[in-house]
Design a protein around this ligand. Structure first.
Ligand code: EPZ
Length: 422
């Protein structure tokens, strides 16, 4: 986009990727049909659909809803080629154990934001009474009946909290998860499981209590909006000096993010289920520290650094959740950003302009950072690695074009399909 066309208009936010994935795994707990609405049509959802189908669940998809009938599960083994594609599919282990008494799930790979081990998951499932062994890159678990237990998480891990909540729903007795994650996607999962008949208290706080029940039933449930997509559009508005309203959102889910964007100079007007983002001057440098919810979300770190690379002044961004979530910085530097990384800290000296360049996305939110940087950069940017972006953003090109961006997909011989911003 030459000279950074201002984005203007309104855009409807899709359902939450991270909320939907956890709920889809939880749907395995019910001998019945769940209908999920507001499900984003993105790569990770399709991968989870394939994973659940491989276990015997009957799934139908139609627009933004899908039905999952897990009455007759035919396998306790999740396929490696699916789990390696997406870490969240590891969370089918708990429900499989609860339903079938055994599960074999490949260890998910690490990725470009960190090692992403599963030790908290394994320890939690063992604490619930399962026998676990890891061999040949797979985790095998067995248990006639999981038993409620006290579990203390070394770190408020979102995925582990969600996984153990689902495993505990059909356990014998009460489970208490301490130092639990409080992300909105944890609360959304608890709301879904409760609608199915689970007995859960404290979701959204650091202590979650689950009293096991005998059976859960399928329900009709609507997924919460994707707060990370909403935040990404907020940053896209700010970096182009634009005026964008995101609709169908839950503003309080963005409470840890909005004040920091305001520190960077954005005007933010919150209504019942819309948020208007504007930027009238050059962004202002500000410091950011990512933390588990309700701290600044780590998934917004990368697009935020892109915005701060154009700020007036020097910003310090500290990534406290993942140990390797700055890999994309070298790509921003190719666009003219002046960023120095020291361990988990990035020091961003704002520059007056970024210039378009061929760059490569290495993970989902790195891709988001490159897209927002390219929206503001002078000249053409070609972004390879679009498969990472398509994992988590539904119709991103169409949505940005509706706001005035000049972005299109191009098959570039050098780099497969790329997102091009002219
Ligand atoms: C979820 O990942 C999200 N993914 C991530 O979003 C998000 O960044 C993360 O939560 C933090 O909010 C999904 O929900 C599918 P964690 P998750 O367990 O659950 C360490 C995106 O871009 N850890 O909260 O895997 C881990 O390495 C993605 O949408 C262990 O050490 O994250 C990390 O440093 C990226 N051992 C920290 O905890 C474990 O067993 C937080 O991870 C588990 C986690």
């Amino acid at each position: 986009m030459t000279g950074g066309t201002r984005l203007e208009g309104s855009v409807r936010i899709s359902g939450s990727k991270n909320g939907a994935l956890a709920i889809m795994a939880g749907a395995l707990l019910a001998k019945g049909k769940t209908v999920l609405r507001n499900v984003p049509k993105i790569g990770d959802i399709f991968t989870m659909v394939e994973t659940l189908r491989s276990l015997g669940a009957q799934i139908e998809m139609n627009g933004d809803w899908l039905s999952i009938d897990a009455t007759n599960l035919t396998s306790h083994e999740a396929p490696y080629e699916l789990v390696k594609r997406m870490r969240a599919s590891f969370c089918v282990m708990g429900p499989l154990l609860a339903r079938l008494g055994r599960a074999r799930v490949p260890m998910p790979g690490g990725c470009d934001i960190g090692a992403r081990p599963i030790d908290f998951h394994v320890k939690g499932i063992q604490t619930l009474g399962a026998y676990i062994e890891t061999e040949h890159g797979c985790v095998y678990a067995e248990s006639l009946k999981l038993r409620g237990a006290q579990i203390y998480l070394d770190f408020p891990s979102a995925g582990t909290t969600q996984h153990l909540m689902t495993a505990a729903c059909l356990a014998d007795g009460v489970t208490v998860i301490q130092n639990a994650a409080a992300e909105p996607e944890v609360t959304d999962l608890a709301d879904y499981l409760t609608a199915m008949g689970a007995k859960i208290e404290g979701a959204g706080t650091t202590t979650v209590k689950i009293a096991g029940v005998d059976e859960l039933r399928g329900v009709d449930y609507t997924i919460i909006p994707d707060r990370m997509e909403a935040g990404t559009f907020g940053i896209a508005a700010a970096i182009t000096g634009g005026d964008v309203t995101v609709t169908h959102v839950v503003p309080e889910h963005l409470e840890p993010f909005i004040p920091k964007l305001q520190d960077a100079g954005a005007r933010v007007d919150v209504r019942e289920n819309t948020i208007r983002f504007r930027m009238l001057e050059r962004p202002i440098a500000t410091d950011v520290m990512t933390m588990p919810h309700p701290g600044f979300p780590t998934d917004m770190q990368q697009p935020m650094v892109a915005l701060l690379s154009l700020a007036d002044g020097t910003s310090v961004v500290t990534e406290n959740v993942y140990e390797r979530r700055f890999k994309y910085i070298s790509e921003l530097q190719r666009m003219g950003a002046d960023i120095k990384q020291e361990g988990r800290t990035a020091i961003i000296k704002g520059v007056s302009q970024l210039t378009g360049a061929p760059v490569t996305a290495t993970d989902l939110r790195a891709g988001a950072a490159l897209v927002v940087a390219a929206l503001a950069a002078e000249g053409k940017t070609e972004i390879a690695g679009t498969e990472h972006i398509d994992r988590g953003y539904e119709n991103l090109v169409e949505k940005l074009c509706s706001l005035g961006a000049d972005i299109y997909r191009a098959d570039s011989e050098r780099r497969g399909t790329a997102l091009c911003l002219a």
